[in-house]
Design a binder for this molecule. Structure first.
Ligand SMILES: *Cc1c(COP(=O)(O)O)cnc(C)c1O
Length: 409
């Protein structure tokens, strides 16, 4: 059976050339970069090259790049690091309702520790307005953390505008750019970004490696102790193979950016227009134009996301959903709810995220299978049978699976 991977926002395959090189940094160049001997020096040199490659991708300086174990750790270091180091200046942090949990949960923790956190709303497309950010600023504001692009709906935030505002008010600006790095051009200087999070496995490097960009001069306290690596900000022996992989992925992304954007945009447009042409009653989620090239997010009305995923999987197609049932929590995606979707529509969401390893054939295979799957699921749906006669919606605040009407028969 054909297998199609449309879940690149969850993770990407490691580039085979990168994987091969990474292997060599486990078996051949395996030294500890902290060692003085030639084995160590060779590893140190590889880390230095990678730091330069990562810096170049976002127009940073090499001293501004700190390697971490991934996006989650980089977000934690950014938020807590800035909060703890700048408490004497103020205790107010601004973020948004559509952030990844790697930002929202550290913010929750900081709140418990006495910080004042404002979580900004978004519009129907998942976008934060610069005006809302401006209005939320207080004399005590020390940090604004707004993601570059959303992992569920692909909406790109007005990062340069928020950056300019933050710089003018002398407030640090962090952006979780995990979904954007490698998929969208980023210039931290031009966009006035003070801290930026990236993760290797979202752009064809291995899992378990990421980086935090920290502009020179930003006051940050380390949240973990135990060694001098990464200038005490992220102690622990460097993940040399991962770092080499991240560097290579960064270089490849920088050189191939324009082509990748063009290619994935074309596939994305073919996929979305194909869906809209063949399946009725589809709601497109996310911003119509300000969105990541590879992201399609739609709600298939009267159908539950989980059933869609299972049926697509039976055809070899990997996708994702903001449905509650797939995430294991009671409520559907906080992102879709923040955008104003009702529970039923959020439950019916389907996320298809494309990479440059996808082909037109992949898209056409999906389009050949999808309408029949939706048709079958809709015919089984009690909501579909009674459509137009009664409004039967799952919008209870605590959407428990057993009570969830749209789970159907
Ligand atoms: C995947 C992701 C993360 C987490 O990155 P890991 O490297 O998996 O820890 C953080 N933020 C966003 C927006 C993501 O998509």
């Amino acid at each position: 059976m054909k297998r199609v991977y449309f879940d690149h926002a969850a993770t990407t395959p490691t580039d085979p050339v990168i994987a091969k090189t990474v292997f060599g940094y486990m078996t051949e160049v395996f030294g500890n970069p902290g060692s003085v001997h030639s084995f160590g020096r060779q590893a140190r040199q590889a880390v230095d090259v990678a730091r330069e490659q990562v810096a170049q991708l976002i127009n940073a300086q090499t001293v501004e790049i700190f390697f971490t174990s991934g996006g989650t750790e980089a977000d934690n270091i950014a938020l807590k690091g800035v909060a703890y180091a700048n408490r004497n200046r103020g205790n107010h942090i601004i973020t948004s309702a559509v952030e990844h949990h790697a930002v929202l949960e550290p913010c929750e923790q900081l709140k418990k520790e006495g910080f004042d956190v404002t979580v900004l709303p978004v519009d129907e497309y998942g976008r934060v307005s610069v005006e809302t950010v401006k209005n939320a600023i207080k004399p005590e504001t020390i940090l604004i953390s707004i993601m570059f692009a959303n992992n569920e709906v692909g909406t790109i935030q007005p990062i340069a505008e928020i950056g300019a505002l933050a710089r003018e008010r002398k407030i640090y600006f962090h952006t979780d750019a995990v979904q954007a790095v490698g998929n969208w051009p980023i210039d931290v200087k031009e966009m006035n970004i003070d801290l930026l999070t990236m993760s290797g496995h979202k752009f064809n490097a291995p899992k378990g490696i990421g980086a935090l960009y920290v502009r020179k001069g930003v006051r940050l306290r380390s949240v973990q102790q135990g060694g001098g690596q990464e200038r005490h900000l992220r102690p622990g022996t460097e993940n040399v193979p991962g770092i080499v992989g991240l560097g290579m992925a960064a270089e490849k992304a920088r050189l191939g950016m324009a082509e990748k954007v063009r290619y994935t945009t074309r596939l994305r447009d073919r996929l979305l227009s194909g869906i809209l042409a063949t399946v009725p009653e589809i709601k497109v989620n996310g911003h119509p134009t300000e969105r990541l090239p590879g992201n399609v997010n739609v709600s298939v009305i009267y159908v539950e996301g989980e059933s869609l995923l299972l049926n697509l999987d039976m055809k070899g197609i990997a996708a994702s959903s903001g449905s509650a049932c797939t995430s294991g929590s009671l409520d559907p995606s906080h992102v879709l709810l923040a955008m104003g979707l009702d529970h039923a529509t959020a439950h019916g969401s389907l996320r298809l995220t494309l990479g440059d390893d996808n082909t037109e054939e992949d898209v056409d295979y999906f389009l050949a299978e999808f309408p029949a799957i939706v048709d079958r699921l809709r015919r089984m749906s009690p909501l579909y049978a009674t459509r137009g006669t009664a409004v039967q919606r799952c919008d209870s605040a605590s959407c428990k699976e057993s009570e969830c009407e749209i789970r159907g028969s």
